[in-house]
Design a protein around this ligand. Structure first.
Ligand code: AMP
Length: 635
């Protein structure tokens, strides 16, 4: 398929707000695609360069993209940046600049979808010395061959920010629309009466009803209509074998539900909408239902909702006798461990392969998990080897990123995995089994050892016992507890209320003050609003996350001004840039996503808890912590 055709669809998607219309547009594109293109479109259509399970990362940020656009279009980086500031979208900038250049040189070459995908894979695979330059070169080359509109979406795709308003749910709907006949009941049929050129099957039982409609005669004339015995209608066949477009039934709910469920199931086990689309097209519902989980291909993890109190928690997840499973909520990072024979792989919550960083987990799993094959989940927590005290997530995150001297890290920051779930054991998929059963299966295969343990677990309906358990967790420095519905299935990628988390109030963040403003009026001698930044671990750069502006007493303002004034490096009007030295502990209402600050996040109503006298900017919280807190409040 030509890439230009996909781009036309992107444009249509971008200009349509209605989700129903969007899914129809996408369904049309899916129907026109061959099997291989379908696999690619499954993820590309929602702006991902790769399916979620594939541990590939484009490694291209805005900065590199500016370079690539400059190189491809013969402009300076400053010119690209200027335009970017104005439009706020590097895709638009690329389109504009390519347009300008085209008139001069005309290098356009036909791009096809498969080669775009191949190039994305090559770019993602470039690693090591000189790879940045190679990546820029490859993107620049692609842009050179593109039309302005192609360049726009290519750039957005590489940045994994397509901006056409398509998410997973919409792609699922599009798959249903593309590969199965549309089903309506008698009421829904009235909306179809003006349609043409459809192959239509109508349940015999509805014959009198539909032929009574005013537009019936013309409908019958413009379409190919047949009446069928409801008992014999097999929807899968009607579409796939016989090519009906529309099926009119007395009640379509059961089929609609079944379809949705089988697409969802297929996605849950494969985390690959492209594969789901291809299976739907080639094998229909039966094919989707037969899709199974592959070992070493991570499944999206089930997420938790928040609960405000123990009572609420029990209300949400307790069974009819009020019974629920409680576990410590460990503050570490989630791992999904896949084991088959002697091979073990460890995936993060974002489905990245972190096996290399955790040879200790691999070893302990091999030694202590008594299953030939399994997929289990737990939280990895770090301990101080000297006194056994808990190490904050901050430090542990260093291990997640470390690519060298791994053995040294294993010794310096040893970890324990607290296991809490099993989603496949000996090839048997447990997603549909109740939590109690999965926990039982997990217990059966875990031999506890130093680096591996079952999560602290209590099954109770007794509020007092539960409160005691919660206190214990907090006293031991854990984040809080999880309450789990013992009868619930495992729902990948979903924040369903099958488990809830109970924690004390919002955690604070330690952040660096990087800018401030001189106050106004009475306060003009004081530096009064402070821009806060967190640390980006990979680059060591400080990234702004918000501004602390209100609620200070005069004394506080004076004290802050005394601290900050000597650190001024640049003044522009009222605003001053500061040498990053002062770290403060900040509380806030909430973390939001926001393009306003460099981190991509904004703290809502940040307020000062205290100045962190003994902290250097390097000790400030990392961007990753901000992301983690953001994610954790999505419950
Ligand atoms: P949150 O990230 O705040 O939404 O909370 C859910 C996360 O808590 C999970 O993704 C796990 O990483 C973590 N967690 C810690 N202990 C447990 C536990 N016992 N059961 C489930 N999740 C846990």
């Amino acid at each position: 398929m030509e890439y230009s055709h996909v781009v036309e669809t992107y444009q249509e998607l971008e200009s349509n707000q209605s989700t129903d219309k969007k899914s129809s547009v996408l369904a049309e594109l899916f129907r026109e695609s061959g099997p291989a293109d379908l696999e690619v479109l499954g993820h590309l259509s929602m702006g991902r360069a790769f399916p979620a399970w594939k541990d590939l990362d484009m490694g291209i940020g805005s900065k590199l993209m500016v370079k690539a656009i400059a190189r491809a279009t013969g402009n300076t980086e400053e010119a690209v940046e200027d335009e970017w500031r104005e439009t706020g979208d590097l895709g638009d900038v690329a389109a504009d600049f390519v347009e300008g250049k085209k008139q001069a040189t005309l290098q356009e070459k036909e791009l096809d979808l498969a080669s775009v995908q191949e190039n994305l894979e090559k770019i993602a695979a470039m690693e090591g010395e000189g790879s940045e330059d190679k990546k820029i070169g490859r993107i620049a080359e692609l842009v050179t061959f593109s039309s302005p509109e192609e360049a726009k979406y290519l750039v957005r795709t590489v940045l994994e920010d397509l901006r056409v308003g398509v998410g997973e749910g919409l792609v699922r709907d599009a798959i249903v629309k593309a590969f199965f006949a549309e089903m309506v009941d008698g009421n829904g049929f009235t909306r179809k009466l003006e349609d043409e050129d459809l192959r239509v099957a109508i349940s015999e039982n509805l014959e009198n009803e539909v032929t009574d409609y005013g537009l019936w005669d013309s409908f019958e004339e413009e379409n190919e209509v047949e009446f069928l015995d409801t008992e014999e209608i097999d929807l899968d066949d009607l579409w796939r074998e016989e090519g009906y477009d529309l099926v009119v039934l007395e009640d379509n709910r059961e089929w609609a539900e079944k379809l949705k469920e089988s697409v969802q199931h297929a996605y849950d086990v494969s985390t690959d909408l492209g594969r789901v689309a291809r299976t739907a097209e080639e094998k229909g519902i039966a094919g989707l239902e037969e899709m199974e989980m592959d070992i070493f291909r991570p499944v999206k993890v089930m997420l938790a909702r928040k609960t405000e109190s123990m009572e609420d928690g029990f209300d949400t997840v307790g069974d009819e006798d009020g019974l629920a499973a409680l576990e410590y909520k460990y503050d570490g990072f989630r791992v999904q461990i896949h084991k088959k024979g002697e091979e073990v792989k460890v995936f993060s919550r974002r489905l990245e392969d972190v096996t290399e960083q955790f040879p200790d987990i691999v070893r302990t799993v091999k030694e202590n998990v008594e299953a030939e094959e399994c997929i289990i989940e737990g939280e990895t927590v770090a301990y101080n080897p000297e006194d056994g005290s808990l190490v904050p997530f901050q430090k542990l995150s260093k291990r997640i990123k470390r690519k060298y001297d791994i053995q040294e890290m294993v010794e310096r920051i040893p970890v324990t995995v607290y296991l809490f779930d099993a989603i496949q054991v000996e090839g048997e998929v447990l997603l549909d089994d109740p939590q109690k059963e999965r926990w039982g299966r997990l217990k059966d295969i875990i031999g506890e050892s130093e680096g591996l343990s079952l999560a602290h677990h209590l099954e109770t309906s007794d509020m007092e016992e539960a409160q005691k358990f919660y206190q214990e967790a907090l006293n031991q420095g854990q984040e809080g507890i999880m309450l789990k519905n013992m009868g619930a299935r495992y729902k990948p990628g979903s924040r369903v209320g099958y488990m809830v988390k109970l924690k004390p109030v919002m955690e604070t963040l330690d952040l660096v003050i990087v800018e401030a403003d001189w106050g106004e009026g009475r306060r003009s001698d004081w530096l009064g609003s402070y821009k806060l930044a967190c640390m980006e671990e990979d680059t060591g750069e400080l990234k702004t996350v918000g501004k602390m502006a209100t609620g200070f007493t005069d004394e506080q303002l004076q004290e802050m001004t005394d601290r900050l004034e000597p650190l001024i490096v640049k003044e522009e009007g009222r605003q001053v840039d500061l040498k990053p030295e002062v770290v403060v502990e900040a509380a806030y209402e909430e973390i939001q996503r926001s393009p306003k600050y460099e981190s991509g996040y904004a703290l809502r109503f940040p307020r000062l808890v205290r100045v962190r006298e003994n902290m250097d900017p390097e000790d400030a919280n990392e961007l990753e912590k901000v992301e983690k807190l953001y994610e954790s409040q999505q419950g």
